[in-house]
Write a protein that binds this ligand. Structure first.
Ligand code: CTP
Ligand code: MN
Ligand code: MN
Length: 495
C-alpha cells in the first residue's frame, strides 16, 4: 500500500556509495537479474554494483544463466508478462525465482541469499479471499482482505513469524488466521478448499460474463446454473450486455495488452479529433498507472473550452458505430449538477459523468493474413455461426473459426472492453485522479480527505466542509496540495 505522506517532508536520503574492490563470486549457483522497469536505470546500476561488491553475480543482460529476477513495484503478473515477452530460446530452463526487491535488500544486509519465504503466498491467499468476498457480494469483507494483502505487500522485510505482525494495521482476526496457516503449513487450508468448491468455481465463471454481477450470479447458482452451457440452456432472457458478454466470453476474459490499449487509443483519438477538433483524449485506469495488462481500456475526454464537450459522446459513439468499431455500447448521460448535489454527503463511489461502456472490435495482426490496422466492419464477422450468439458453442473456441475453405484459422480481431468518459474541463483534474485508480488507492485518498481534512473528494470536485466551499484545481498536483499530501505519481498508485 502506498502510504499517504504529508507534504514538505525532508528530501531523500541518498545512500552513500561504498568503495571497495571486486570480490570473487561467493554463490556460484546464484545469478541475479534486476528488472529495470519501474526501478530505473540509475538505481538498477547502483544496486547491481552493490550486489557485486557483496559477492553476488549480477547479470547485465537477461540470459539462460539467470536464476533470480528481482523487480521493484511490479506485480507478479507484470513480471511474468515481461518474461513472456523475452526471447523464448533464451528462457531459463531451470526454475526461475521471481522476487521482490525486499528479498534483494534482505540478502544484501545478510551478506548471503536469504531463504525465499512465503510472503507472496500470504498475499495470494488474502487476495483470493478478497476476490471470493467480492464475488459473493460482500464488499466490506473484500475491502478488509484487500487491505490486509496490501499491508503484507508493503512490509519492508520477510515475515517468518507471527510476532512480526503485532501492531500492524488492517490485519483482522481472519487474515491473521490465514497468515499463520501459510507460515506454518505452506498454504491456507481455507483458501485451498475454497478454490476447489463448486460455489467458487461457478461464481468465477458466471461473474466472468460481462454484465453479470455478484447478485445475478448467486441467484443463478441457487437455481443450479454452474456453467455457461447450463446458462445458455436455462431459457433465461439475458439483457443486451449479458448476451454480448456471453458471445465474447473468451476474448473478454483475456487480458488486454499495452499495445492493444495503444491501438485503441489511436482509434479513439482519431475519432475525437474528427468530431470535435481541439478535444483531448487521456488514457486513464490501470494503463495510466503503468500496468502492462488490464481487463479493459479507460479513456477520459475533455475540451479546453468549458461547454464544448456537451454532445460529444453521442457523436463519438455514432462515428465509432458507423465504422464498425463497436460490438456493444451503452451510454449513460451526465447526471451531475454542482448546485443540486450536496457535497456534504459522503462521496459515492459512482460518479455521474457521461460515459460509455463498450466492447470494441479490434483488428489483430495475423500470421497468415495481411496486416490490418484498426477494426473490421461488423459483417465480416465470420465467427457468427448460428443465428444468435446464445446458440453457438464458443465457450472455449471463439479464438478459432472455420474459414470458408474449411481450414481452421485464427479470427482476425478480438473483443476488448473500453470505457469512455467525458468531463468538462473544470472537473477534468478530479476526473483524471478518480479514473486513474487503483480502486483501493481512491478509497484511501477519499478516506484521508474526509477524516484528516474534513473535505469531500469525488471524481467531480473537492469540497471543504469547514470553509463551506469548493476548491478548484486544474491538475492532480493541485488536488494533492489541497489535501496537504505529497504528490503520488500514477505508477505508485497500484496498491
Ligand atoms: N471507476 C469509477 N466508476 C466506475 C468504474 C470505475 O470511478 N463506475 C474508476 C475506478 O475507481 C478506477 C478506474 O475508474 O479508479 C478504473 O477502473 P477499472 O477499469 O475497473 O480498473 P483499472 O484500475 O483500470 O484496472 P484494470 O486493468 O483491471 O481495468
Ligand atoms: Mn481499467
Ligand atoms: Mn474500466
Amino acid at each position: 500500500m502506498v502510504p499517504l505522506k504529508r507534504r514538505k517532508v525532508a528530501g531523500n536520503n541518498s545512500v552513500a556509495e561504498q568503495g571497495g574492490d571486486k570480490t570473487p563470486p561467493k554463490f556460484p549457483e546464484v545469478f541475479l537479474f534486476l528488472l529495470e522497469r519501474k526501478m530505473g536505470a540509475s538505481r538498477r546500476a547502483f544496486l547491481s554494483q552493490l550486489g557485486r561488491k557483496k559477492g553476488f553475480q549480477v547479470e547485465e543482460l537477461f540470459s539462460t544463466s539467470v536464476t533470480h529476477i528481482i523487480s521493484e513495484n511490479n506485480s507478479g503478473d507484470e513480471v511474468r508478462a515481461w518474461l513472456d515477452s523475452q526471447d523464448r530460446t533464451r528462457r531459463c530452463p531451470a526454475p526461475l525465482h521471481l522476487l521482490d526487491i525486499s528479498w534483494f535488500t534482505e540478502s544484501m544486509s545478510a551478506g548471503h541469499p536469504v531463504q525465499i519465504l512465503d510472503r507472496h503466498k500470504v498475499q495470494d491467499a488474502l487476495s483470493l479471499l478478497a476476490e471470493n468476498a467480492e464475488l459473493s457480494d460482500q464488499d466490506g469483507r473484500g475491502v478488509a482482505f484487500r487491505r490486509a494483502a496490501a499491508v503484507m505487500k508493503s512490509l519492508p522485510e520477510p515475515v517468518t513469524s507471527m510476532t512480526q505482525l503485532r501492531g500492524l494495521p488492517c490485519l483482522g482476526e481472519h487474515s491473521l488466521r490465514v497468515i499463520r496457516d501459510v507460515l506454518e503449513n505452506g498454504a491456507s487450508r481455507e483458501v485451498e478448499s475454497m478454490k476447489q468448491s463448486k460455489q467458487y468455481k461457478a461464481l468465477k465463471v458466471l461473474t466472468g460474463v460481462f454484465g453479470v454481477g455478484a447478485k445475478t450470479a448467486a441467484r443463478w447458482i441457487r437455481e443450479g446454473i454452474h456453467t455457461l452451457h447450463q446458462l445458455r440452456n436455462s431459457g433465461h432472457t439475458l439483457n443486451r450486455a449479458q448476451q454480448a458478454g456471453l458471445e465474447h466470453y473468451d476474448d473478454l476474459n483475456q487480458q488486454v495488452s499495452k499495445a492493444e490499449a495503444e491501438a485503441i487509443q489511436q482509434i479513439v483519438e482519431e475519432v475525437v479529433a474528427s468530431v470535435l477538433p481541439g478535444a483531448k483524449v487521456t488514457l486513464t485506469g490501470g494503463f495510466r498507472r503503468g500496468k502492462l495488462m488490464g481487463h479493459d481500456v479507460d479513456f477520459l475526454i475533455t475540451h479546453p473550452e468549458e461547454g464544448k464537450e456537451v454532445g460529444l459522446m453521442s457523436k463519438v459513439v455514432s462515428w465509432l458505430e458507423s465504422q464498425g468499431f463497436l460490438l456493444y455500447q451503452k451510454t449513460t448521460r451526465n447526471s451531475y449538477l454542482v448546485s443540486d448535489d450536496s457535497p456534504a454527503l459522503p462521496p459515492s463511489n459512482m460518479d455521474r459523468f457521461e460515459r460509455c461502456l463498450s466492447i470494441f472490435k479490434l483488428a489483430q495482426d495475423q500470421p497468415h493474413r495481411a496486416k490490418q490496422l484498426g477494426a473490421l466492419p461488423l459483417d465480416t464477422a465470420e465467427h457468427r455461426r448460428g443465428d444468435s450468439g446464445l446458440q453457438t458453442d464458443q465457450d472455449s473456441c471463439s479464438q478459432r473459426i472455420q474459414t470458408p475453405g474449411g481450414q481452421e484459422d485464427t479470427k482476425p480481431w478480438r473483443a476488448v472492453r473500453v470505457d469512455l468518459v467525458v468531463s468538462p474541463i473544470s472537473q477534468f483534474a478530479f476526473a483524471v485522479l478518480g479514473w486513474t485508480g487503483s480502486k483501493l488507492f481512491e478509497r484511501e485518498l477519499r478516506r484521508w480527505a474526509g477524516q484528516e481534512k474534513a473535505m469531500s473528494l469525488s471524481s467531480h470536485a473537492l469540497y471543504d466542509n469547514k470553509k463551506r466551499k469548493y476548491l478548484q484545481a486544474s491538475s492532480e498536483e493541485e488536488i494533492f496540495a489541497h489535501l496537504d499530501l505529497e504528490f503520488i505519481p500514477p505508477s505508485e498508485r497500484n496498491a
